[in-house]
Design a binder for this molecule. Sequence first.
Ligand code: ATP
Ligand code: MG
Length: 561
Amino acid sequence: MNPIIETTPARSLNFLEEIVEADLASGKYKSIITRFPPEPNGYLHIGHAKSICLNFGLAKKYGGKTNLRFDDTNPTKEDVEYVDSIKDDVRWLGFEWAAERYASDYFQQLYEWAVKLITKGLAYVDDQTQDEIRIGRGTVTRAGTESPYRNRSVEENLDLFTRMKNGECKDGEKVLRAKIDMAHPNMLLRDPILYRILHAEHHRTGNEWCIYPMYDYAHGQSDSIENITHSICTLEFDVHRPLYDWFIEKLEIFPSHQYEFARLNLTYTVMSKRKLLELVKNNYVSGWDDPRMPTICGIRRRGYTPESIRLFAEKVGVAKRDNMIDLSLLEWCVREDLNKRADRYLAVLNPVKVVITNYPEGQVDEVTAVNNPENEDAGIRKIPFSREIYIEQDDFMENPPKKYFRLSPGNEVRLRYAYIIKCEEVIKDADGNITEIHCTYDPATRSGNDTSGKKVKGTIHWVSAAHAATAEVRLFDRLFTEACMDDIPNDKDYKDFLNPNSLQAIKAYIEPALKTLPPSTNVQFERLGYFVTDKDSAAELPVFNRTVTLKDTWAKVAEKG
Ligand code: ATP
Ligand code: MG
């Protein structure tokens, strides 16, 4: 028996883990090999992250290996830019591949196997046009018709296929098809196309080839070449499985097996690469890494951590049926992780000035703040306190309702890490707008050394006006207004549901310690949410992205109705 199985703690396994454990226990495989097979035609998104965590996670759990294989059989849509970004993203998620492979590495082998199929009488060159082939394939209720070229001799097929390969034919003039069954109930087995002619430069093989294998012909055989034991893909490929198995059987090669799981769908999100590309190309977002994008680089710039994405993949689990995951689960996962790792700071997003009239002018006090109550190692820091401070406009109400525990005329509130202040007077301009709030403070109420015996219900955050720096803070909302972006009416376009308020950039005041953080530092602005320094940050103007609020504000809106 495999030792890994004996040490596995008793907990429920997902269906893939069950399969792998059974295969190891029966001795079918000594160890497993999985692969992650992206097509380098776009940036990876959170759905791919799910697949990455699944493939790499499964191999890791059972002491196996995972290859990163670029499925680069479509030269016109692919690019090295995407290859590099995909490698970055996989590494960032915390995984290292055993081998970096390309379907194009196998073009010669795949070609030889095509010759083998021809020789066995299992493939033929078809001169029909694309339309003729499509019509000839029939429908689900009607059998297809055989191509007039279907019964060419092996010799003629070999000759024609060689000519195709040697560049003697124009694009679309001929294809190579498998000879299976034009009446097969599974349409994909009605003589599928194996090769098409494409005089296009490939990002790796240049102009070496002018025939390119189709996905179905390349994918399973690439798995087989790499001895992939468990080839995991999304549900829509289950109808492809008989074809996957047919090639392996007829070519008598390593029997990789395909297993399907439900793709990840997230509310308020589109995940097709075509649509994401369109959002980028037409400037609906600032780029692939716009923090509102569901791309891995976007989510990363938004402030998500690899740990939070891995936690999310685990929470989502592995389903056999399509489902829709609520975006709030992703947000829950990042809060869970950042709560432990993000240091707390003070920042004010919508400032109003408070003057503490009994605090000596020119005096500066240093109050002590705990950096992270969840992590003692994070230590403490000093924050300057002075006569003039900013607080949030929201934390003051001139005519408060009952149970409003923040600042209001005649009332007291605690300033985080500092003193209790009392509102004495509200100063307004000619239009009636509040310009300053005048307060007094009680020196006996200093946090950590409070001898006053006073109790107040509210604590608010603040920054010292003379010491604060200005920062740009970017607040994000969902990119789309519709939860199920797959179910939008036929006469609508997904872009009709773009949320016009998904980005709000504001000027905020931040405490001095926030001025000099390195890029991509996760922090909490107390009471406001988790934020991260953005790559646009400069010494003159730090930029922060809000990753997520501290609580689920949408849940509250939903409750209120
Ligand atoms: P497209 O958006 O162009 O259809 P794709 O999402 O299929 O592309 P690939 O590069 O072919 O992109 O996908 C690589 C791997 O990621 C495949 O194994 C695929 O099954 C998996 N994958 C893609 N989208 C999701 C998703 N939403 N959930 C889980 N896995 C996914
Ligand atoms: Mg695909």
